[in-house]
Write a protein that binds this ligand. Structure first.
Ligand code: AP5
Ligand code: ZN
Length: 213
């Protein structure tokens, strides 16, 4: 399966991805995670991406298209993949179609994490992450056993630099202006399944499983 997860910040893409990945043995390609790793490692890519990310704006299409083009060539991604946070502009979607056409494949399904903006601030400001595994917690909705500590490794959790109410505003603006047209792009191809992303995580998982069965 070749899947795209699309939805605003905090809609649950990163929460559902590991479950889908394990169930269907797919590789999980999250451009946000890859960019944050590049920023932390201060690679040339990370240096170019940091300013836009801190402001909650999108990184340039060329940079992210390059990352994905390289990643989907990996042997582990040949059976299928989950794209989490890509494509986020119509240009990125068109480039992705070109990449896949070269391999005579296409996207099977686009899962649209539909949710009202007002719910997202609480989700974003309460999020805690274990950076090396990507495990995600929420102080209220999915708390770790010990506050600030990863359940599995005992290592400290961190908050993302862009997870503030102020930066969330820019991220939502970018989503509505630049990413919503991508949903229309795939709707025209009949590939979109709409999920009720405001429901509790387990119910969203059931909707995902139904969409993929
Ligand atoms: P990215 O990392 O992709 O961030 P995002 O799209 O803003 O999405 P989030 O990771 O914030 O949300 P999520 O849907 O994964 O939520 P989660 O499941 O963690 O991108 C970051 C930046 O990188 C961008 O701003 C941009 O600068 C750059 N970038 C990345 N890709 C790019 C691209 N293609 N082009 C250009 N620039 C790009 O859930 C959130 C919280 O809610 C968690 O605490 C979780 O525990 C909780 N939660 C989840 N589901 C539920 C539920 N059902 N009920 C209650 N709580 C829940
Ligand atoms: Zn995410």
């Amino acid at each position: 399966k070749r899947l795209i997860l699309i939805g605003p910040p905090g809609s649950g893409k990163g929460t559902q991805s590991p479950i889908i990945k394990d169930e269907y043995c797919l590789c999980h390609l999250a451009t946000g995670d890859m960019l944050r790793a590049a920023v932390a490692a201060k690679t040339p890519l990370g240096i170019k991406a940091k300013e836009a990310m801190d402001k909650g704006e999108l990184v340039s299409d060329d940079l992210v298209v390059g990352i994905i083009d390289e990643a989907i060539q990996k042997p582990s991604c040949q059976k299928g993949f989950i794209l989490d946070g890509f494509p986020r502009t119509v240009v990125q979607a068109e480039k992705l179609d070109e990449m896949l056409a070269k391999k005579s494949t296409k996207i099977d399904k686009v899962l649209n994490f539909a949710i009202d903006d007002v719910i997202l601030e609480e989700r974003i400001t309460g999020r805690w992450i274990h950076p090396s595994s990507g495990r995600t917690y929420h102080s209220k909705f999915a708390p770790p056993k010990v506050p600030g500590i990863d359940d599995v490794t005992g290592e400290p959790l961190i908050q993302r630099k862009d997870d503030t109410a102020a930066v969330l505003k820019s991220r939502l603006e970018a989503f509505h202006k630049q990413t919503e047209p991508v949903i229309d792009y795939y709707n025209k191809k009949g590939a979109v399944v709409n999920l009720h992303a405001e429901k509790p995580p387990k119910e969203v998982t059931l909707e995902v499983e139904k969409a993929l069965s």
